[in-house]
Design a protein around this ligand. Structure first.
Ligand SMILES: Cc1cc2nc3c(=O)[nH]c(=O)nc-3n(C[C@H](O)[C@H](O)[C@H](O)COP(=O)(O)OP(=O)(O)OC[C@H]3O[C@@H](n4cnc5c(N)ncnc54)[C@H](O)[C@@H]3O)c2cc1C
Length: 297
C-alpha cells in the first residue's frame, strides 16, 4: 500500500540532504498534498470525492491551464544552510516567509563553502552570466590553496574583533560571501514551483541549481507526486514555442525536408533576424528546433 502523506512527511522531516561541502536542505513541515489541491479546486463546482485517476487528470489540467490558486493551498517549510552568495539569489524570491540566522545576535556560522581543485569553472564565452568548462585540476589546486588561506584569515580577523569585544553586528562586516547562513523558508506550492522552474533551469547558477534540484527531486516529488509529474511534463521538461518559432516550423514543413541544415534554417528564419550577426532569439529558436530534430546539429 502506498505511504500516506503524513507518513512521508514524518520520514522526510529533519532529514538533511547534504549540498556543497557543508550545506543542506531539509523539510520541516508540510501542509496539504495532491488530494488537498484537488479538493480545493473542486469546491468551485461543489463536486464530491472522485477516484484517484480523476485527481491526476484534474491536477494535470490545472497546471496545463495555469489555474494556479489550488496550488497555493499547500505550504512547505524548509530549513536550509546555504552560502551567502547563493542566499543572495535565493532571497530574491519574495513570495516566501523567511527567518534567517542572526549574526547580530549569534556568532557567524564557522563554515565557508570551499572549492575542490577540479571544480573551478571558467567564464562562459557564450553567456556573460554563466560558467564554461572546468579548469584542469592542476591549475585549480593553487586556487583552492589560496582560497583556504583567504578564508582562514577572514575568519581570524572576525574572531580577533569578537575577542576584542567588538559588537557581533560590526565584527561580521568583512566576512566573505562564502560564509554559510541558515534560514527557515516557508512557501506555498505554487510559488515553490515558480522558484524551482527558475532555479533548476540550466541558466541558473550551479550552486542554487543543486539546492533547487534536491528540493524538487527529493522532497516535492515525494510529497506531491501528481503535481510533480505534471510540473515536469508541462513546465520543466517542456519547451515554449513563440509565434516566430511556429512560423519557422511551418516554413520548414513546407519544404518537405527534415531535418534541414543550419544554413537552410537561417534562410527560413524570421525576416527580422536576417542579416544580423548575433541574434539571441534566433539562437534560442535554433536550439529548440535542433532538440525537435527539425534542424541538423
Ligand atoms: C537565471 C537568472 C538570472 C538572473 N539574473 C539577475 C540579474 O542579473 N540581476 C538581478 O537583479 N536579478 C536577476 N535574477 C533575479 C530575477 O530577476 C528575479 O528577481 C528572481 O528570479 C525572482 O523571480 P520572481 O520575481 O518571479 O519571484 P518571486 O519574488 O517569488 O515572485 C513570484 C511572482 O510573484 C509576483 N510578484 C512578487 N512580488 C511582486 C511585486 N512586488 N510586484 C509585482 N509582482 C510581484 C510576480 O509575478 C513574480 O513572478 C535572475 C534570476 C535568474 C533565474
Amino acid at each position: 500500500m502506498a505511504a500516506s502523506n503524513a507518513q512521508i512527511v514524518e520520514e522526510l522531516r529533519w532529514k538533511k540532504f547534504p549540498l556543497l561541502n557543508d550545506g543542506f536542505v531539509c523539510l520541516v513541515d508540510c501542509m496539504g498534498d495532491d488530494e488537498a489541491l484537488v479538493q480545493a479546486a473542486r469546491v468551485s463546482y461543489g463536486d464530491g470525492t472522485r477516484p484517484v485517476s480523476d485527481n491526476r487528470t484534474l491536477i494535470r489540467y490545472l497546471l496545463r491551464h495555469r489555474h494556479t490558486t489550488p496550488f497555493e493551498m499547500a505550504e512547505i517549510k524548509f530549513l536550509v544552510r546555504v552560502p551567502m552568495d547563493t542566499w543572495r539569489q535565493w532571497i530574491r524570491h519574495r513570495t516566501a516567509s523567511v527567518n534567517e540566522y542572526s549574526t547580530r545576535y549569534s556568532l557567524a556560522i564557522d563554515s565557508m563553502v570551499t572549492t575542490p581543485p577540479d571544480e573551478w569553472r571558467t567564464q562562459a564565452t557564450t553567456n556573460r552570466q554563466g560558467s564554461g568548462d572546468y579548469l584542469p585540476a592542476e591549475q585549480g589546486a593553487a586556487l583552492t590553496q589560496s582560497e583556504a588561506k583567504f578564508q582562514q584569515s577572514a575568519r581570524d580577523l572576525y574572531q580577533s574583533r569578537i575577542d576584542a569585544g567588538i559588537a557581533r553586528e560590526q565584527a561580521r562586516k568583512d566576512l566573505p560571501l562564502c560564509t554559510y547562513t541558515e534560514a527557515y523558508w516557508k512557501i506555498d506550492l505554487h510559488n515553490l514551483l515558480h522558484f524551482l522552474m527558475l532555479r533548476m533551469e540550466s541558466h541558473a547558477q550551479l550552486e542554487i541549481r543543486q539546492y533547487a534540484t534536491v528540493m524538487g527531486e527529493e522532497i516535492v516529488s515525494k510529497l506531491f507526486p501528481l503535481t510533480w509529474e505534471a510540473f515536469k511534463d508541462y513546465i520543466m521538461d517542456s519547451i515554449q514555442l513563440t509565434r516566430l518559432d511556429s512560423q519557422v516550423i511551418q516554413r520548414i514543413a513546407a519544404t518537405g525536408k527534415s531535418p534541414v541544415t543550419v544554413d537552410e534554417f537561417l534562410a527560413l528564419g524570421d525576416p527580422s533576424w536576417q542579416g544580423l550577426q548575433r541574434c539571441r532569439e534566433r539562437d534560442e529558436c535554433l536550439e529548440k528546433l535542433q532538440f525537435l530534430g527539425l534542424v541538423e546539429k
